[in-house]
Design a protein around this ligand. Structure first.
Ligand SMILES: Nc1ncnc2c1ncn2[C@@H]1O[C@H](COP(=O)(O)OP(=O)(O)OP(=O)(O)O)[C@@H](O)[C@H]1O
Ligand SMILES: [Mg+2]
Length: 322
């Protein structure tokens, strides 16, 4: 359904090198699949999400590569063709989606605006559809008469998800949709989203820095570091079978709820500056298993039995240096 091929994004700078936030990313998402995209702050998750949705301003940013939705390359389409595709094939929910609603319009008008632009429905049909969608995200359909400020943050985010689904898209990209909410509300929204995804069979790219949250709902997890996908794995295997030292380090940031004593390790050091050209493996300076080759040669994403990993530990049989 979605194919991303050798996608790179550079935010150009007025002076000096730009920020190469996405560096040659390749992956596919089949129909009806819930994929999580995780990684530390600044690793390029949002940039990748925006690039897939073709939301980056190409006058100011350089986007290279291909994003194919059902075989159609979004970067070959005219602005009108792209507009026709948005909402109906692909929609986006942002963290700021809570504030994405126009404050002076009742919710139902904002739903109707999207519907009017794409489909010919009577007012009664639109109202019925809005009620169904609000019920699907576990909101009282009467909420459609409300103004955005009359809703709590959690309710607004549910409404933003309902709006994203209004034209039954094939792919919904959610960028940190619950990060501003408390953990209980976060959990209930993510569970609701996962149930909806199962029922309506769209695909999800769920961007989050919270690996724990992602593991609860995603079928597959992609781990991003310094603009690249470093590991891609079925979610149920990642805890026991993580290959990449970065994935293992991320997992070390979470407590095992079954353990009687817990020590959290964290990840020493910081991610590299994405303005610079990176030699070798970008994680090498922080990696406890680095080898000589890691300093000079960039590892490529190689397929494993389940998923794929970009790490020299699995391409070269050297003894770790330390
Ligand atoms: N508009 C922009 N102009 C220049 N650089 C940018 C811009 N947006 C993001 N960046 C840079 O691109 C890199 C990737 O940022 P991005 O927002 O994609 O990361 P992220 O993984 O989503 O982080 P977070 O978890 O904090 O949301 C960072 O170094 C960031 O500073
Ligand atoms: Mg982000």
């Amino acid at each position: 359904m979605l194919q991303v091929k050798d996608l790179s994004v550079t935010y150009r700078a007025r002076r000096g090198p730009g920020v190469a936030a996405v560096r040659g990313v390749d992956f596919e998402i089949p129909d009806s699949t819930f994929v999580g995209l995780v990684g530390e702050s600044g690793c390029g998750k949002s940039t990748l999400g925006f690039a897939i949705a073709a939301l980056l301003d190409e006058r100011r940013n350089t986007v290279r590569g291909h994003v194919l939705l059902d075989g159609v390359d979004l970067y070959q389409l005219s602005p009108d063709q792209l507009r026709a595709l948005r909402w109906s094939k692909l929609s986006v929910v942002l963290q700021g989606g809570m504030n994405a609603f126009n404050p002076v319009l009742r919710l139902k008008h904002q739903f109707m605006d999207v519907m009017k632009a794409h489909a010919k429905l009577s007012k009664a049909e639109m109202t019925k559809r809005i009620a169904q969608l609000l019920a699907a995200v576990e909101l009282d359909p009467a909420v459609m008469e409300s103004y955005p400020h009359e809703l709590s943050g959690g309710m607004k985010q549910r409404a933003a998800i309902a709006l994203a689904l209004v034209l039954e898209p094939r792919l919904v990209i959610l960028d940190e949709p619950t990060t501003a909410l408390d953990v209980v509300v976060q959990r209930s929204i993510v569970t609701m989203l996962s149930q909806l995804q199962h029922r309506l069979r769209f695909s999800v790219l769920f961007v989050s820095h919270d690996l724990g949250l992602v593991l609860e709902v995603a079928q597959r997890v992609m781990v991003m570091y310094a603009g690249q996908i470093v590991e891609d794995k079925p979610a149920d295997l990642i805890i026991d079978e993580a290959h990449h030292p970065y994935t293992k380090a991320l997992l070390g940031c979470y407590a095992n709820p079954r353990a009687t004593r817990v020590s959290l390790t964290g990840i020493p050091g910081t991610p590299p500056d994405l303005r610079e050209h990176l030699h070798g493996c970008p994680f090498a300076p922080r990696c406890t298993q680095r080898m000589d080759i890691c300093e000079t040669e960039a590892p490529r994403l190689l397929p494993l039995k389940d998923g794929s990993v970009a790490c020299h530990l699995y391409t070269h049989k050297e003894v770790p240096a330390r």
